[in-house]
Design a protein around this ligand. Structure first.
Ligand code: MG
Ligand code: MG
Length: 257
């Protein structure tokens, strides 16, 4: 049985969520052709530390950087590197913070300059599927309702859901129960209760759902090397309507994306 968070804990998780949201926006200011993903990692790490928090991914099970930097066919867990972003690429930043003993965790896939119409559609549908999942994250529903909402939406566009990775509870640990898959059957899985804090994070492939792990043991690639998008937000399960803790408003209010 998952213990719901107290309102005091939720406030601490909210502080983290806002910091992660602002960090994603800070990274977004720098996303452009000609920029390395290592530079974007540096921007994020500096911003997190300047705000008195710790980049929680750094050193997590040996992860070597502050953010996951995943380009094009990399689904998640890419290492920041000397790779120079090119016009038409997509770049996912997945960012975690540790602040006042609690965690923040959110992700955004940015288009780099102008992207193709097909890529734009992948981004739009993946992000919309996250909001479909959030709509299902209400007290009394089950985890499978979230997964079903995401899956049925994206498959309607011919895209596919990565099965090997999933969302999760969030609190003092970065990954808590319950797991929140992006596929599922309505009415199945753990029941959602008021005060549960979860990260919903669809990872959606333009082509088939197959993935493989790179030889570095971290980066997850699409098997067919088509593109993959990833959007993640943290929400509180409430009666009637979930409450969003993190937000893309800081990223999107600039109009750049
Ligand atoms: Mg994340
Ligand atoms: Mg997560």
């Amino acid at each position: 049985m998952v213990r719901p968070k107290t309102e005091e804990e939720i406030e601490l998780l909210r502080e983290n969520a806002i910091l992660v949201s602002r960090t994603l926006a800070e990274v977004g200011k720098w996303v452009a052709p000609g920029v390395t993903t290592a530079k974007l990692n540096e921007v994020a790490e500096t911003f997190i530390r300047d705000n008195g928090a710790i980049p929680s991914f750094l050193g997590y099970e040996g992860f070597p950087a502050a953010i996951c930097a995943s380009v094009n066919d990399v689904v998640v867990h890419g290492f920041p590197s000397d790779y120079v972003l090119r016009e038409g690429d997509i770049f996912t930043a997945d960012i975690g913070t540790l602040y006042k003993g609690y965690n923040g965790d959110s992700a955004y896939t940015y288009p780099v300059g102008e992207v193709s119409a097909e890529t734009r559609k992948l981004l739009d549908v993946t992000k919309a599927s996250l909001y479909k999942g959030i709509e299902a994250a209400v007290a009394g529903n089950r985890v499978g309702d979230i997964g079903h909402a995401v899956q049925s939406y994206v498959e309607g566009y011919g895209f596919s859901v990565v099965r090997e990775l999933e969302g999760h509870g969030l609190g003092k640990s970065m990954h808590e129960e319950p797991g929140v898959p992006n596929y599922g059957r309505p009415g199945h899985g753990p029941r959602l209760v008021e005060g549960m804090v979860i990260c919903i994070e669809p990872m959606i492939n333009a082509g088939g759902r197959g993935v493989y792990l790179a030889r570095n043991g971290w980066a997850v690639h699409t098997a067919d090397h088509k593109r993959s998008a990833h959007f993640e937000l943290t929400v509180v399960v409430r009666h009637g309507k979930a409450e969003q803790l993190s937000t893309f408003d800081y990223i999107e209010s600039t109009g750049k994306f």
